[in-house]
Design a protein around this ligand. Structure first.
Ligand code: NAP
Length: 334
């Protein structure tokens, strides 16, 4: 980060003016010391329309121009998954910090390339795993760390998010990294990673859409500690989006849907269940923006809450899961 940035808000560049970027940009209203400054698109008219709607100063008609803009401190990458790597490498090569949407890349090798480049350039990099920064999830960590659930032996959860199949939408399109695992599997796997660490083994079953991308997947992960995680994701079926952490003295459920929570209910042996209600600021993306801002101000190169080692571990699990269901998604050039 430019030393002169100490006296001004950090300037963010947004790569990809799509649905996610439109939600993300609104949460800057809940963050001090950060401004959405510029946006990049493959089409300058789309970039300009986004800049006009959300009050950004600059609009670029290519991702390369956005990444090269000297005024920008950090680039937020919200394109389809297969384009994350190319834009991240471009931004890092220009000395920018990066916040890369989930899934970080489409392959473990691609994710490792981003991490290696950030470390070589000594710039901050983080996966935009916003769920980890939700106040409820931080409170659940406090409950677990205080031993209130005893020894943690399991994580059980689903992320079922039914969408009508449309092979042209990036959620389903094969060449845009479509399918349930990269879009939803990343959430359940990162949650298990957060509370149980890396598994020693993983078993996966899945079903495919007619175009060959994954519609549903069930995963069982086992850990050297003796813990088990049972996780499931689906784009095809509706489901509760439950996530439960279980120990030998109690269990806790993140509600209402775990990736977008506002409370956790803690059940302990012999104790009346207790609800901790904690609403996010804005839609909930503000907390990850705060984390990036703070890390840049402190000169840190990664987040303690969403470290790159966890991103790589989860990318490894996603790649294994995709392999098990017979899907391959290469990272792509811009
Ligand atoms: N954290 C969350 O809650 C959350 C929620 C939804 C999505 N996401 C993540 O955000 C990312 C974007 O998802 P989205 O739903 O916003 O997608 P989207 O609506 O399809 O938008 C993607 C954007 O990427 C740009 N893009 C660049 N190269 C592209 C290419 N080759 N093909 C298509 N678009 C390309 C497009 O802008 P131009 O065509 O103008 O260049 C488009 O505006 C994904 O990684 C997704 O996992 C996160």
């Amino acid at each position: 980060m430019d030393e002169r940035a100490a006296d001004r808000p950090l300037r963010w560049g947004i790569a990809g003016p799509g649905r996610m970027a439109q939600a993300f940009v609104k949460d800057f209203a809940h963050v001090d010391g950060a401004v959405p400054y510029a946006v990049g698109s493959r089409d300058v008219a789309r970039a300009q329309a986004f800049a006009d709607e959300f009050g950004l100063e600059r609009a670029f008609g290519s991702y390369a121009e956005l990444c090269a803009c000297p005024e920008i401190d950090v680039v937020y990458i919200a394109t389809p998954h297969p384009q994350h790597k190319a834009i991240a490498l471009e931004a890092i090569g220009n000395g920018k910090a990066v916040l890369v949407e989930k899934a970080f890349a489409t392959t473990l090798a691609g994710a490792q390339e981003i991490v290696d480049a950030a470390r070589a350039q000594q710039v901050f990099a983080m996966e935009a795993m916003w769920t980890r920064f939700q106040p409820v999830v931080r409170a659940l960590h406090d409950v677990v760390d205080a031993g209130q659930l005893g020894t943690i032996l399991g994580v059980q959860g689903d992320l079922y998010a039914q969408r009508d199949f449309n092979p042209d939408d990036r959620l389903f399109a094969k060449d845009l990294g479509g399918g349930a695992l990269l879009d939803l599997g990343v959430y359940v796997l990162q949650f298990a990673q957060d509370f149980l660490g890396s598994p020693s083994e993983m078993t996966v079953r899945g079903t495919l859409y007619p175009n060959g991308v994954d519609a549903q997947a069930g995963m069982v992960l086992s850990y050297d500690s003796g813990a088990l995680a049972t996780l499931a994701v689906s784009l095809q079926s509706m489901g509760p989006g439950r996530m439960v952490v279980m120990g030998d003295q109690g269990w806790a459920e993140v509600k209402p849907r775990f990736h977008h929570p506002d409370r956790v209910v803690v059940h302990r042996k012999g104790v009346t269940p207790r609800t901790l209600a904690l609403h996010p600021d804005g839609t909930g993306y503000s907390h990850e923006i705060v984390e990036v801002n703070r890390a840049l101000r402190e000169g840190r190169l990664e987040s303690d809450i969403m470290p790159l080692s966890d991103t790589l571990a989860v990318m490894d699990q996603l790649e294994q899961a995709l392999h098990a269901v017979g899907v391959k998604h290469p990272d792509q050039p811009l």
